[in-house]
Design a protein around this ligand. Structure first.
Ligand SMILES: Nc1ncnc2c1ncn2[C@@H]1O[C@H](COP(=O)(O)OP(=O)(O)OP(=O)(O)O)[C@@H](O)[C@H]1O
Ligand SMILES: [Mg+2]
Length: 250
């Protein structure tokens, strides 16, 4: 998988346009990329393949000229459990900020570990923030920890949705995306959806987004005071450390 006439979604396009040539991806394109990547992971998890990808993150999603997502870097991919096994035991590898908590704690790997990582990426797409960003104010370094309290509330999700998407999405759409991310990020794997379910929800979201008529903008969204100066920050030119795949615990 991987025809590589690619745009990089991680460092340039949607998330960090400060001083760069790239424009942030629109809401619809982000949905397209999320859906394409979800289909890729769902395929890997499918009955025929049963592979756990293990390093799902934005920098491993390559985009072709039409924004079709291709998963790259299968170096850590692992055969999933077979027979009665619930998991495979492995040395903990992956990328800080994306790995599921139970995998970090025990080394037990399941398809639901990938679902957690997908939730992190979905959150990056919704928020325009990186999974780990030491340049943010303290308390906001870890995207999941920062965003989780806002994800479940229709009134609060605006605090985490990328400002640059204003006017492009509906309240329902944002809430549905946020709820999906929250489910993927459940602490316990059994409460996370399967990747097949993720694909279904994203397809519905894409359909409703294409037909949706009430878009959120500064006039019709609830007035919520922002707690940080994240907009100003996201527009400034910032050198981000690049997360890399490595043994998380040597
Ligand atoms: N074929 C490609 N075309 C364009 N950009 C690419 C291609 N392959 C990788 N990249 C980009 O180059 C950068 C480095 O990729 P690389 O895979 O080496 O590191 P990474 O994805 O950050 O970590 P990992 O080693 O876990 O995959 C990333 O931003 C990635 O998106
Ligand atoms: Mg890579």
């Amino acid at each position: 998988m991987g025809i590589c006439l690619s745009a990089r979604i991680k460092a340039e396009s949607p998330f960090n346009t400060g001083g760069s040539y790239f424009q942030p991806l629109s809401w619809n394109l982000r949905l397209k990329v999320a859906l394409g990547a979800a289909k890729g992971v769902a395929f890997l998890h499918g009955a025929e393949t049963k592979v756990i990808y293990r390093d799902f993150k934005t920098s491993n999603i390559l985009l072709d000229i039409n924004y079709n997502a291709k998963l790259s870097d299968f170096g850590l991919a692992k055969d999933g459990p077979t027979g009665d096994q619930s998991h495979v035991s492995t040395r903990v590898m992956g990328t800080y900020g994306y790995a599921a908590p139970e995998y970090l704690a025990t080394g037990h790997l399941t398809a639901k570990s990938d679902v957690y990582s997908f939730g992190v990426v979905l959150l990056e797409m919704l928020s325009g923030r990186r999974a780990v960003d030491k340049n943010r104010p303290s308390g906001e370094h870890n995207l999941v920890e920062w965003a989780k309290p806002y994800l479940a509330s229709k009134r609060k999700i605006f605090r985490i949705i990328d400002n640059r998407l204003e006017g492009q999405y509906t309240l329902e759409g944002a809430y549905k995306g946020a709820t999906l991310a929250l489910r993927c990020l459940s602490t316990e794997g059994k409460f996370r959806p399967t990747m097949a379910e993720v694909v279904t929800v994203l397809e519905q979201l894409q359909d409703s987004s294409e037909t949706g008529n009430i878009r959120c903008n500064t006039h019709n969204r609830p007035k919520i005071r922002r707690h940080s100066a994240d907009d100003a920050r996201s527009r400034s030119v910032t050198a981000y450390p690049r997360p890399s795949a490595s043994p998380l615990y040597a």
